[in-house]
Design a protein around this ligand. Structure first.
Ligand code: TYM
Length: 334
């Protein structure tokens, strides 16, 4: 709690191009929640280096991601948007919390299993302890709520477990955070394989809609989306491709799945694909226009980066100092 507002924390990795999944599963909810909470939105660049990165590309992506937060509708004078690497308390708390997290817990993380299978030549310790850094991100700000997509739930459960363990030993140090999962769009699937989630790192560009794809590309990707041979438009697990298209449609138009099914009753898949393409274009094109404006204003973005890092550090340091004292680190002599 800061003042009379509860605290919200969330972050995204500055890796690759943001997808419609990131937008509908997380970013969109960040925008709707930002007036109600005291918000911290981080570009989690320290998480990105668990997979090998080209330094120049990472730097460029990180800045672009921060601008996308603003282009999506977050007001950087009200919410705190910052780079994780600019607030050293994240790394310091992560070290401490590493000592309160069990190997067995980290071994169970599905993201670790998936990423180690994908990057078998670089299964580094950072990849393994990644969820502890994520826990530190959240706990440093005493966050009450963390809006994420379903794929991050396991990490959030771990965060709660570690926080509860720490509190049980040292008293009420950390707020125990709750996940905020949107009603629709919490798991957007690949357009080419609807059994897999839409992912920034998918090698097939037709599998994902990127937030900066132009209108023609968006429509073309939906036209090529994998469906089935049932020939009816129903919202059910037996038709994962159609269900995913309906989910995207509902998330972009605010309609419920029932309403959408009624609307497309008797239509062919082509009609649905076209309508979904249009709905997504309507949401993404305004965001892209704002992005173009922001790209012109270097000084404005630089100011946000500088000021917000200081604001974030101030809050983070308060928690870090408290934790350091609790675990027995000697006090600073002035
Ligand atoms: P990341 O960067 O993979 O994804 C950012 C956000 O997008 C959501 N998301 C999706 N939602 C719906 N459908 C999809 N296909 C889809 N793909 C991604 C994710 O759930 C996430 O909310 N570890 C985190 C970043 C992180 C973080 C944090 C998040 C680091 N520290 C603290 C919250 C709080 C990650 O890799 O997200």
């Amino acid at each position: 709690m800061i003042g009379d507002k509860k605290v919200l924390f969330s972050g995204m990795q500055a890796t690759g191009n943001l997808t419609l999944g990131n937008y509908l599963g997380a970013l969109r909810n960040w925008v709707t929640l930002c007036d109600e909470y005291e918000c911290y939105y981080s570009v989690v660049d320290m998480h990105s280096i668990t997979v090998r990165q080209d330094p120049a590309v990472l730097r460029k992506n990180a800045r672009r991601l921060l601008m996308l937060y603003i282009a999506a509708g977050i007001d950087p004078d009200k919410s705190i948007l910052y780079y994780q690497s600019h607030v050293s308390a994240h790394a310091e708390l992560a070290w401490i919390l590493n000592c309160f997290t069990y190997m067995g817990e980290l071994n169970r993380m599905t993201q670790f299993k998936d990423k180690s299978a994908k990057h078998a030549d670089n299964i580094n310790a950072g990849l393994f302890t990644y969820p502890v850094l994520m826990a530190s991100d959240i706990l440093l700000y005493q966050a009450d709520v963390v809006p994420v997509g379903i794929d991050q739930m396991q990490h959030l459960e771990l965060t709660r477990d570690v926080a509860q363990r720490f509190n049980a030993i040292y008293g009420d140090v950390f707020t125990i955070p709750e996940a905020y999962i949107g009603k629709v769009g919490a798991k957007i699937m690949s357009l080419q394989d609807p059994s897999k989630k839409m992912s920034k790192s998918d090698e097939n560009p037709n599998a994902s809609i990127y937030l900066l794809d132009d209108a023609d590309t968006i429509r073309r990707k939906f036209k090529r989306a994998v469906t089935d041979s049932e020939g009816v438009i129903l919202y059910r697990d037996e038709q994962p491709g159609i269900k995913n298209l309906l989910d995207i449609y509902c998330a972009c138009t605010g309609k419920t799945p029932d309403e959408a099914v009624r609307e497309f009753d008797g239509c062919g898949y082509g009609v649905l694909k076209e309508a979904v393409g249009d709905a997504v274009v309507n949401v993404l094109v305004p965001l892209q226009e704002r992005m173009k404006e922001l790209e012109k204003d270097k000084a404005y973005i630089d100011r946000i980066i500088r000021q917000n890092a200081e604001r974030a550090s101030y809050t983070a340091m308060k928690t870090l100092r408290k934790v350091q004292k609790k675990v027995g680190f000697p006090e600073r002599v002035r």
